[in-house]
Write a protein that binds this ligand. Structure first.
Ligand code: ZN
Length: 153
């Protein structure tokens, strides 16, 4: 039998158990979700990215009448990091959706964003902590790799 198992570790923390840096990052992700432009999906998402120099870069999803022109919060934030802080190492990335309470789900990024997160991680040769912020708790992954096993390319 030729098979193998892929395991990832996901830590679930209450908000009170977060470090001060993690708390700040999740707060920023929540704040920026309010600035999403989502008249079509009504699914508002915020992302906050912590850089090693202490800077936090945020993004929210931006939709467009020409649907494919829209962009997820995660990529808005990561591309802003690339444009404004090229070469600065990313420490952590937090994602929050205002729709969480309605669905009671913790937000999890789409496939395209997972790919972009992973490539950011590979470019900087160090892991990015991923925080998936729900209504009551946060799932923490030590690396973007955890979100995309068997990645392209
Ligand atoms: Zn996405």
């Amino acid at each position: 039998l030729n098979s193998f198992k892929i395991q990832i570790t996901v830590r679930s923390l209450s908000y009170s158990a977060l470090s001060p840096e993690q708390s700040l990052l999740s707060d920023q992700a929540k704040d920026v979700a309010h600035r999403a432009y989502a008249p079509y999906s009504h699914f508002r998402v915020g992302t906050a990215v912590a850089l090693i120099n202490g800077t936090i870069v945020t993004g929210s999803n931006q939709e467009n009448a020409a649907y494919p022109s829209g962009m997820c919060a995660e990529r808005v934030a990561l591309y802003a990091v690339g444009a404004q802080y090229s070469g600065v190492t990313i420490k952590a990335l937090a994602i929050f959706s205002l729709n969480n309470s309605a669905t009671d789900h913790i937000i999890s990024p789409c496939g395209a964003c997972r790919q972009v997160m992973l490539q950011s991680e590979r470019r900087q040769l160090s892991p990015i902590e991923i925080m998936l912020c729900g209504p009551d708790s946060v799932l923490i992954l030590d690396s973007a790799e955890c979100l995309l096993p068997l990645p392209f390319p």
